[in-house]
Every structure is written in structure tokens, then in C-alpha cells.
Ligand binder design. Structure first.
Ligand code: ADP
Length: 353
């Protein structure tokens, strides 16, 4: 009914959604067997259990199905062998004329905007705000990654409940996906134990961050959120210098000397010629765990005034909410929903255009 060549031709219309090339050219079609109306196609994925495997399998089945009526199409998925990966890598390198020391991922990633999240000190909710921002932007349909640059206190994987180690694909390190489809990369995912301490100095940290940027296959992202190390001194500066950051979001809390934090952050940003997108006031008010009522125990924060004094935007307030703490501890930060989060997300979206 159909020939192997016809099946191969049909499969040339099936694209790998991340590499944007057809699966035949990528060497992913390992075998096509035709026996009467039975067509068996074996597809070798670039990484095992690739999150897009179902899309690829469905597209392949549809393409072959359309060749003739009454076909019994069987798509078998497998992972590429090291030899298949090497072949693909060599082919892509040759096409892109990549130097042997240059990573393929770095030359193929398309990240539209990099947003760094900064705070004056630890514990004000910088990572929480970064995670909520990522989750909110993702809910808006954007393609999001989170790079955990808080090397000595990484908390992003825990917030999202991701524990699987990244795998090495032919194009680079493949970041794991959260339940909501956010790609994340953190030193925590590479440590044998989640709670191992990382005691590194500046240059080593900068090296790791550069690798998280260059050697990770982020693919196409609308926004990469970078969770910076706490503070406005060296560690944060090192990271900002290692990445093409488009703008900074500052997280403050009503208890801290926010003026000083923002002044320092503004100075750093000016030095690096990176704009400050705005300020989020976290732990602005308390939500009663019993009745859900909002208590303005710190009064109205001064963040809005301060933002305008520094000629930047007030992106909104987030309350101290035990439900958020609970979800964060359970690795389900993506499930947190609150109108104030949506407001902050809308503001950031507006800044990003
Ligand atoms: P940072 O990144 O600034 O060090 P984290 O985001 O790790 O701070 O937050 C510190 C702690 O405070 C965490 O236990 C977190 O769950 C909690 N936390 C932060 N913001 C809130 C909030 N708005 N409501 C409830 N708990 C919060």
C-alpha cells in the first residue's frame, strides 16, 4: 500500500518542536518497516522521556496515516544511542560552523528577554517572587525558564517540586520541566543531595552561571527569570555581568531599609547599563489563615513613593500568606493563585511589552 520511501517523505513534514528541524534530517527516524497495511516507525528521541515526545509521536502518526486509507500505524519511541547523538551533534555543528569548544545549545537558544530578580538581603521572598512571576507568566501562555543563580542557597527546584537531574542531550544540558511546563536549571539539581552545601567563590560561581546560560538547551523562551543571589553586592553583580540581562525586578519587604536597597540596586544597574523594571513589595500585609481577611500590620508601605523617587515602577504588593508558605514547602508554588500575583504579573508583562 505504501513504500518505505513514501513513509520517510511523509515524516519529513514532522518537526521537532524544539530544534525546529524535521525528524528525518535530525536522524531521529531509526527504522521504518512496512508489512502490507502495517507500518512501524521507530523514532529515537534526543533525550529519553523528552517532554515533547507525545507531540512528536502524534504528528508522526498523523503524517503516515494520511498516506493511505486503512493503514495500521505503530509509532515506537526510543532514546538515541550515544552514536546517534554523536552523529546528530556532528551534523548540527558542521551546519552551524560551531567551534569545537563552543556549545551547540548556546548557538541555538532563542531567549527573548532575561529578567533578573534581586533583593537587598536574604529572606525577603526573592525566590518566592521569582517563582510566582514565572508561574504567572507561564499561565499567560508564555514560554518560561528559571535560572537559579542563587548558587549558595538554591531554592527554585524545591519551590517547584522538581528533583530529577538534568540529562545531557546532543545539544547540551536539558533542563527539567515543572508540572506547569517551566524549564528550570539550578545547581541543586546537579548535587548528589538536595541539602549539600555549595561553598564557592566568585569566579567559580560566575563559571557555573555562564554554563547555565551557554550549555543549557533552553530552546525558545519568551522570558528567562534569573533568581539572583541575595544582596546587592559582589555575588549579584558577578551574575549580572555573566548574563545578557534585560532588566531587574527588585523585591523588598516593609521591614527592611528598602530605600537603601533600591539605591544600591539602582547604582549597580546604572553601572551595568541595565534598567530597573520595578519593585515588588513582598510580605506587605498579612492574610489571616483563619478568616482570610487582610491585615495591614505594616501600614501602607512606602514602596510606591519610593519607586517614583527612583524613577521606576511599583509593580505591586504581595501578602504574607500561610497558604503560599504551605504550597512552597510542598513544591507546589505553581498552584498558588491570588489577584495580587496576577496584578504583579500583568505589570511585568506590560514592562516587557
Ligand atoms: P529569599 O529568596 O529572599 O531568601 P524566600 O523566597 O526563600 O526568600 O522566602 C523566605 C521564606 O519566606 C520562605 O520560607 C518562603 O516560603 C517564605 N515567604 C516568602 N514570601 C512569602 C509570602 N508572601 N507569604 C508567605 N511566606 C512567604
Amino acid at each position: 500500500m505504501v513504500t518505505v520511501e513514501q513513509v520517510m517523505d511523509a515524516l519529513r513534514h514532522v518537526m521537532d518542536p524544539e530544534i525546529h528541524r524535521n525528524i528525518v534530517d535530525l536522524g531521529m527516524v531509526r527504522e521504518v518497516a512496512v508489512d502490507g497495511a502495517d507500518v512501524k516507525v521507530t523514532i529515537a528521541l534526543t533525550v529519553p522521556n523528552c517532554p515533547l515526545q507525545d507531540t512528536i509521536a502524534q504528528d508522526a502518526a498523523r503524517a503516515v496515516d494520511a498516506l493511505a486509507e486503512g493503514l495500521q500505524v505503530n509509532i515506537v519511541l526510543d532514546a538515541m544511542t550515544p552514536e546517534e547523538k554523536d552523529r546528530l551533534m556532528a551534523k548540527l555543528r558542521a551546519e552551524r560552523k560551531t567551534q569545537p569548544q563552543q556549545s551547540l545549545a548556546g548557538s541555538m537558544n532563542k531567549v527573548k528577554a532575561v529578567v533578573a530578580v534581586m533583593s537587598g538581603k536574604g529572606g525577603v521572598g526573592k525566590s518566592t517572587a521569582a517563582a510566582l512571576l514565572a508561574a504567572g507568566l507561564r499561565r499567560n501562555g508564555l514560554r518560561i525558564g528559571v535560572l537559579d543563580a542563587d548558587i549558595t542557597g538554591p531554592s527554585i527546584p524545591k519551590l517547584f517540586g522538581v528533583h530529577e537531574a538534568p540529562v545531557m542531550g546532543p545539544l547540551g544540558i536539558v533542563p527539567p520541566n515543572t508540572g506547569g511546563g517551566i524549564k528550570i536549571m539550578s545547581i541543586n539539581l546537579l548535587l548528589p543531595n538536595d541539602d549539600d552545601a555549595v561553598i564557592w567563590r566568585g569566579p567559580l560561581i560566575a563559571g557555573a552561571i555562564k554554563q547555565f546560560w551557554n550549555d543549557v538547551f533552553w530552546g525558545d523562551l519568551d522570558v528567562l527569570i534569573v533568581d539572583l543571589p541575595p544582596g546587592t553586592s559582589d555575588a549579584a553583580l558577578t551574575v549580572m555581568q555573566s548574563l545578557p540581562v534585560n532588566g531587574v525586578v527588585i523585591v523588598t519587604s516593609p521591614q527592611e531599609l528598602a530605600d537603601m536597597v533600591v539605591r544600591k540596586a539602582a547604582k549597580m544597574a546604572a553601572q551595568l547599563e541595565i534598567p530597573i523594571f520595578g519593585i515588588i513589595e513582598n510580605m506587605s500585609y498579612v492574610i489571616c489563615p483563619h478568616c482570610g481577611e487582610r491585615h495591614e500590620i505594616f501600614g501602607k508601605g512606602r514602596t510606591a513613593e519610593m519607586a517614583s523617587a527612583f524613577d521606576t515602577r511599583f509593580l505591586g504588593r504581595l501578602g504574607l500568606d500561610s497558604e503560599l508558605t504551605r504550597l512552597s514547602d510542598a513544591g507546589e508554588v505553581e498552584a498558588y493563585a491570588h489577584p495580587d500575583v496576577e496584578h504583579v504579573v500583568d505589570q511585568v508583562k506590560a514592562v516587557l511589552g
